[in-house]
Design a protein around this ligand. Structure first.
Ligand code: G6P
Length: 368
């Protein structure tokens, strides 16, 4: 058991550090230097993608957060309407499936009961085709879908999902570009984003080098009961995923909000006992995000900001800043996930919880 962990103390840490390699593996054979190879999605993928008018994403847990990021990408780059829902809600309500809908299930295990039930139900309601983004070959989800894009994360042992998430995002971005190509995305823009994707493994490597700085930061969370995570745009689901990681393994209550919603409720909770964690890449929302941070500061909240080195967020009393490499705004959700994984990991280690097998949780929920 410990041999499989190699030099690492926990599977979760090992899996976090595997990300540069598995992200690269998930790109292999699917992208050239400048474009995506849509036949990598299957020989009939081109015809299918041409006819898709709507994408319905279904998933649970961390995979659901990957789906939420994908919705920003699909609507932004492909201009195709996209809905995302957790499987346990979708399967128990009456739903309308639009004509020419691509039904996209995201699952690490391919065996999550609610996700499979949602797919089987949707089959009865009719859709154009089902695409699975999955990490386990031969799983039920893979067998029951028309098209499959495997993530190449390799076996994930830690219950808290890490490398499965970032490889799902990688596959989802490749899928989005393939769809976008049939919906007006220029060759130049495709090349720009594919080039940005090629830089991601190296950028994740740079974030991993911040491990000890993040470990140091984690001390401030140890005795806290509540935390708030903020992000905007495609970084909002990253904030959700950061909060999920923290609650799963450190048992600290964590909530995530789109930063623009602060004033509609959570600001009332802010005081020096509730750390506020924020992801701040250099994108169109940066200035808006900075004014949200001011709102927190003005109320005595302690901020922990993961910011682009060019974002000009200065550390001061009560405002801790960790500089991240500059990343393309489309690929930012992949890179900015990693420091939040490390933060949760180190908080959990300090608290002495069972990091790889948190209480009450299972790796794969195969029963309802
Ligand atoms: C469980 C796991 C999570 C996972 C979720 C969905 O809750 O603990 O880590 O995200 O199931 O699993 P799936 O295999 O469908 O991605």
């Amino acid at each position: 058991d410990s041999a499989d962990k190699g030099e690492y103390r926990h599977f979760m840490l090992k899996e976090i550090f595997e990300q540069p390699r598995v992200i690269k593996a998930t790109m292999e054979g699917r992208v050239t230097a400048k474009k995506v190879l849509e036949q990598a999605l299957g020989t009939s993928a081109g015809d299918l993608l041409k006819s898709v008018r709507h994408v319905q994403i279904i998933a649970c847990g961390t995979s659901y957060h990957a789906g939420m990021v994908a919705r920003y990408w699909i609507e932004d780059l492909a201009g195709v309407p996209c809905s995302v829902e957790v499987a346990s809600e979708f399967r128990y309500r009456k739903h309308v499936i639009q004509p020419d809908t691509l039904f996209l299930c995201i699952s690490q295990s391919g065996e999550t009961a609610d996700t499979l039930a949602a797919l089987r139900q949707a089959k009865k309601a009719g859709f154009r085709a089902a695409l699975a983004i999955c990490n386990v070959p031969g799983s039920s989800l893979v067998r029951e879908s028309d098209l499959v894009m495997m993530t190449q994360a390799g076996p994930e042992i830690g219950v808290a999902s890490t490398k499965a998430f970032t490889t799902q995002l990688t596959a989802l971005l490749i899928f989005t570009l393939a769809l976008a190509r049939h919906n007006g995305l220029s060759e130049e823009r495709e090349a720009e984003i594919v080039e940005a994707l090629h830089r991601v493994p190296g950028q994740v490597e740079q974030v991993l080098a911040l491990d000890s700085a993040i470990a140091e930061m984690s001390g401030a969370f140890m005795d806290k009961v509540h935390t708030l995570f903020l992000g905007r745009g495609s970084l909002f689901p990253v904030a959700l995923e950061g909060a999920l990681k923290l609650k799963e393994i450190s048992y600290i209550h964590a909530e995530a909000y789109p930063a623009g919603e602060l004033k509609h409720g959570p600001l009332a909770l802010v005081d020096s006992d509730m750390p506020v964690v924020t992801v701040a890449p250099n994108n169109a929302m940066l200035e808006k995000l900075k004014s949200n941070l001011e709102e927190v500061r003005a109320r005595g909240g302690e901020l922990f900001v993961f910011a682009d080195s060019q974002a000009n967020v200065q550390a001061e009393e009560g405002l801790h800043v960790l500089s991240l490499p500059s990343v393309h705004e489309v690929t930012a959700p992949i890179v900015y996930t990693v420091p939040l994984q490390l933060l949760s990991y180190h908080v959990a280690v300090l608290k002495g919880t069972d990091v790889d097998q948190p209480r009450n949780l299972a790796k794969s929920v195969t029963v309802e």
